[in-house]
Design a binder for this molecule. Structure first.
Ligand code: ADP
Length: 489
């Protein structure tokens, strides 16, 4: 908006009309005082100021405008009929004017000047606004940077306080922070610690996972720089996402060496104990058979019953020791699988038969469902039978009320699936995955049902070595279905 200040109403009117004809918004003031009040209340882009006014002349008004921050930037064009002398014009500029127009006014010239000053003022206001916005943005970014830096510092402080070796890497996998413990195992914050001769290369393993965007979980031995000792560590590196993409990686090495040593000692004890137990047990078995033959007992006599009970118990002991031996074989990588093309149906039937022989046939009912596999599959018949016997024994053991069991088979182009379903106590969902772990027993059943929690662990290792899959689905109180799959080739 443009403000015209003149004590002459006619001048005001004609100037107003002239400017409005060019689409300018116009306001008027009849005196210097009125102009001051209006300029402090409104926002003007240009002031056209008559120099000769009765109370306050145009120069005084302009000087007053120059004293207020709100008005000092507004361009002023002076209008004067008389003072064409140089000193008046000079005073006009000195008091803050931008231009000087003498009366009688040439409308074209005035309009040109008005347009130029008005546009200039608008542009400079727009530039100021942009500058202010930019300044605000810069301030905002600075504040953000400070917060981010303090967050990062806080995070690094947390990593320093960890009992583990900790580090972070950027999206390209370059290490960009390590905590103090890092230097016990690596001389440089850019290089991963040196691994044992038989361990995988950490950088290679990390790169492999990083390319797939997957976390890394790795047990490695790394060398302590001051003692030279290799210690087992669990390395975990996890991606950190921001807006759906990986921003960086956080990694820790946890020292599990003591744990590993205890585990190794336990495995060694297990291996020795089961081997040592196996020898006398084999003799006991042989002597009982000898005794049975020599005594020639009447089948229905009490004594024959006792001998048969001893044989049952010895058989149980034998199974336990064989399982323990299998565990130690797995630990030492010595569980050998001899795969030969085999009719899986024969293996399934053998397993069912041996279960029926050792259980009360009146109570236990085993049904077959699904099409019978009529192909040869490369498998270790003894080991797969062992898996099935384990599934079936568990199905009966953990179903005290209803000893009905269903064995279902299914074959497609790639694999054969065998499942064993029971209607027993079931397993809560959160414990289902753990039943395949070594020595794990679902708590509720451990008091009521005897066992060591290694049968399913051995099964899962046997199936793993056949490159198959193993799993369970179960509902507490309704029953469980354990299954395994074997690839056809
Ligand atoms: P064990 O039976 O000797 O304890 P397993 O390794 O065969 O050892 O089984 C591990 C655990 O899984 C068992 O202790 C039991 O809690 C649970 N489990 C296995 N099979 C079944 C089943 N059919 N129904 C319910 N729970 C089962």
């Amino acid at each position: 908006m443009i403000l015209i200040v003149d004590d002459n109403q006619n001048n005001l009117y004609s100037l107003k009309k002239l400017l409005e004809s060019q689409d300018f918004e116009v306001d008027t003031a009849g005196s210097g005082e009125e102009a001051l009040v209006k300029a402090l209340q409104n926002q003007y882009g240009l002031i056209i100021l008559d120099v000769q006014m009765p109370d306050m002349d145009g120069f005084e008004v302009a000087e007053t405008f120059a004293g207020y921050s709100r008005t000092k930037e507004i361009p002023i064009i002076f209008l004067s009929a008389v003072n064409t002398e140089k000193r008046f014009i000079t005073r006009g500029y000195a008091s803050g004017g931008s231009d000087y127009v003498t009366k009688p006014i040439d409308p074209d010239i005035l309009l040109l000047k008005v347009k130029t000053f008005y546009d200039l003022h608008e542009q400079s206001r727009a530039m100021k606004r942009t500058q202010q916005n930019l300044e605000r943005e810069v301030q905002g970014r600075k504040a953000e940077q400070i917060t981010l830096r303090s967050k990062v510092n806080h995070f690094h402080l947390l990593l320093e306080g960890l009992p583990q070796i900790a580090f972070t890497a950027d999206e390209n996998g370059e290490i960009d922070f390590v905590n103090g413990r890092w230097f016990q195992y690596s001389p440089s914050e850019r290089r991963f610690p040196a691994t044992g001769p038989e361990d995988s290369d950490i950088r290679e393993e990390f790169e492999r996972c990083r390319k797939d965007g997957l976390p890394l979980d790795l047990e490695v031995q790394i060398q302590n720089r001051s003692t030279g000792e290799y210690r087992y560590h669990l390395l975990r590196v996890s991606p950190v996402y921001e807006n759906g993409s990986i921003k960086n990686w956080i990694g820790t090495f946890t020292d599990i060496d003591d744990q590993k040593k205890v585990e190794k000692e336990k495995d060694e004890f297990l291996s020795i104990a089961s081997h040592e137990l196996k020898t006398p047990l084999t003799s006991i078995k042989a002597y009982i058979q000898l005794l049975e033959r020599k005594l020639k007992l009447d089948k229905d006599s009490k004594e024959a019953g006792y001998v048969s009970k001893v044989q049952d118990q010895v058989e149980k002991l034998n199974t336990l020791i064989t399982d323990l031996l299998d565990v130690s074989k797995i630990e030492n990588g010595k569980l050998k699988i001899n795969k030969l093309p085999t009719d899986p149906d024969a293996v399934i039937n053998n397993a069912i038969e041996s279960i029926l022989q050792t259980h009360d046939e009146d109570r236990v009912k085993i049904e077959r469902h699904g099409p019978k596999p009529e192909i040869l599959i490369p498998l270790d018949a003894i080991r797969i039978e062992q898996v099935l016997i384990n599934f079936l024994t568990n199905a009966i053991k953990y179903s005290p009320e209803n000893q009905q069991v269903i064995v279902t088979t299914f074959v497609d182009d790639h694999e054969m699936k065998v499942s064993v379903t029971d209607f027993g106590i079931g397993i809560p969902e959160h414990k289902q995955e753990a039943v395949f772990d070594k020595f794990y027993r679902a708590e509720d059943s451990s008091l009521q049902f005897q066992g060591m929690g290694i049968g399913l662990y051995i099964c899962s290792e046997i199936i793993k070595q056949h490159r198959g899959t193993i799993g369970v689905s179960s509902k507490p109180g309704e029953g469980s279905t354990f299954y395994f799959t074997l690839p056809l080739n």
